[in-house]
Design a protein around this ligand. Structure first.
Ligand code: SF4
Ligand code: SF4
Length: 211
């Protein structure tokens, strides 16, 4: 029947409208800002940078590889690499972002930056009350504003954060196994070199006693 979908939609709207007078479950709106609808786990607004430990800057996972900057469709990520390196979460020396800015007024919440990041460094936040009266720079956020703890990530996206933690644990285990294998290989090479030197070192002849 022509228009059947429209009639079904209108009926559902009427059911919710009339039902809202007798049942709270039929209410589809709340008295914002006094009330807020809890966000679902898959909700996403804008990106943030994950840090581990207590220090937001030292604990940033980002290694300034700039993949997200290149892949961001509207080009609203600005990264400057550090000149020096520091120890990362795997115990390896890595670069870090001297500058990491995102212009949230341009960001379209596509999550591509999250998907291309190889280091579980950037994730989507659920914060949405970001309005500002500064239309030119108010939504340009820097790494200090973007840094949020892994505990925050676990709180807003527990399923994804558990998968991320597991992936990082595998990387850490691999790095530790490689470091251990390197140490053992070096020790073995040193022992072999020592043994070889002992074999080829000529033994000085004993002096013949005078008769
Ligand atoms: S969510 Fe999309 S638009 Fe926003 S910073 Fe990431 S890649 Fe760019
Ligand atoms: S957030 Fe990820 S992809 Fe972007 S620069 Fe940092 S490590 Fe690279």
């Amino acid at each position: 029947m022509l228009g059947k979908g429209i009639i079904k939609g209108m009926a559902e709207t009427a059911r919710n409208f009339l039902g809202s007078y007798v049942s709270a479950e039929r209410l589809t709106t709340v008295q914002y800002p006094e009330q807020r609808i809890p966000q679902i786990e898959k909700a996403r607004q804008f990106p943030f940078l994950v840090f581990d430990g207590d220090d937001p800057m030292k604990g940033l996972r980002c290694v300034a590889c700039q993949i997200c900057e290149k892949e961001c469709p509207p080009k609203c990520i600005y990264i400057v690499k550090s000149k020096d390196k520091r120890v990362d979460y795997k115990g390896q020396m890595q670069l870090y972002p001297a500058t990491f800015d995102i212009d949230l007024s341009v960001c379209m919440s596509c999550q591509i930056c999250v998907e291309v990041c190889p280091f579980e460094s950037i994730k989507m936040d659920t914060a949405y009350e970001l309005s500002t009266t500064d239309r030119f720079g108010g939504l340009m956020v820097n790494k200090h504003q973007l840094a949020k703890s892994n505990e925050h990530y676990r709180h807003i996206h527990p399923t994804d954060a558990a998968a991320s933690d597991a992936a990082l644990a595998v990387e850490v285990a691999k790095a530790q196994a490689k470091a251990k294998a390197d140490i053992e290989a070096k020790a073995k090479a040193a022992a072999e070199a020592k043994a070889k030197a002992a074999v080829i070192t000529p033994v000085a002849p004993k002096p013949v006693a005078a008769t």
